[in-house]
Design a protein around this ligand. Structure first.
Ligand code: MF3
Ligand code: CO
Ligand code: CO
Length: 253
């Protein structure tokens, strides 16, 4: 069942989304060579609490930390660690989710540490662009499958691997709810979009193949099967009367 949010719920989703965006921005300002992913986690956790919210990832299905930090060939769900320090040339996704007055805001983006090469820069650019192209298809009467179809049409000719084993998701009172939002072209998700639906668009894009491996050691870390670099951007979106609203965007950005 897909939950359609009421006017008051939409207000709460806007507040949660805005806080998540601010949290991501502030945490990102702390990214530089020599900083550990645990330091970023601890900063983000304090910021969240100070703003009257909870870190949704912490203890979610046993996840041990408050944010996900995914470096280089890590696709998503990387666990912040004391002994994992950023170094020049790394790329990293920071994924934050807050729960504010019962509602969730979920957003992520890439950060580059120092100088990165041209191909890597292009990966980040194309992944963000693909997310935006997917989001731009959102309108009442449209379908969830339009999002993945548009993302796939942009990325596949550019020879990227679009991760298939993880998708976007409905979000609201629950961190993850229906519908599932695939980022590749397919036609079996026939869900029609209606005003008041809220879900994420969060493509994971590999420089190599689309296949991924789920860690058996920590139960969370997802890496590319071929060791290639991976990028991801994520926004929480609302279907409006005439299109969409991005809930996790800072004003003026
Ligand atoms: N924020 C991730 C997403 O976009 C989910 C992380 S689940 C966690 O859906 F447990 F790893 F935090
Ligand atoms: Co998400
Ligand atoms: Co997320």
């Amino acid at each position: 069942m897909i939950h359609i949010k009421s006017k008051t719920e939409i207000e709460k989703m806007r507040d949660a989304g805005k806080l998540a965006a601010e949290l991501l921005e502030q945490t990102g300002l702390r990214v530089k060579a020599g900083v550990s992913t645990l330091e970023l986690n601890d900063y983000a956790h304090r910021f969240t609490i100070k703003n009257g919210a909870e870190s949704a990832p912490l203890n979610y299905k046993g996840f041990p930390k408050s944010i996900c930090t995914s470096i280089n060939n890590v696709v998503c769900h990387g666990i912040p660690k004391k002994d994992e320090t950023l170094k020049d040339g790394d790329i990293m996704n920071i994924d934050v989710t807050v729960k504010l007055r019962g509602y969730h805001g979920d957003t992520s983006r890439m950060f580059a540490v120092g100088e990165i090469d041209e191909k890597t820069r292009q990966l980040l650019f194309d992944t963000q662009k693909a997310m935006n192209i997917g989001i731009e298809t959102i309108k009442p009467g449209g379908r969830i499958s339009d999002i993945g179809t548009a993302i796939d049409a942009y990325l596949t000719p550019r020879r990227y691997g679009i991760v298939r084993d993880l998708t976007g998701h409905g979000i609201g009172r629950n961190f993850h709810e229906e519908p599932s939002v695939p980022h590749y072209s397919q036609n079996h998700i026939r869900v029609q979009l209606k005003p008041g639906m809220t879900f994420t668009v969060e493509p994971m894009v590999n420089l190599g193949g689309y296949e991924v491996v789920f860690s058996k050691t920590d139960g969370w870390t997802v890496t590319t099967a071929d060791g290639s670099l991976s990028a991801q951007y994520e926004h929480t979106c609302l279907v409006t009367a005439d299109g969409y609203e991005i809930l996790t965007q800072l004003e003026g950005k």
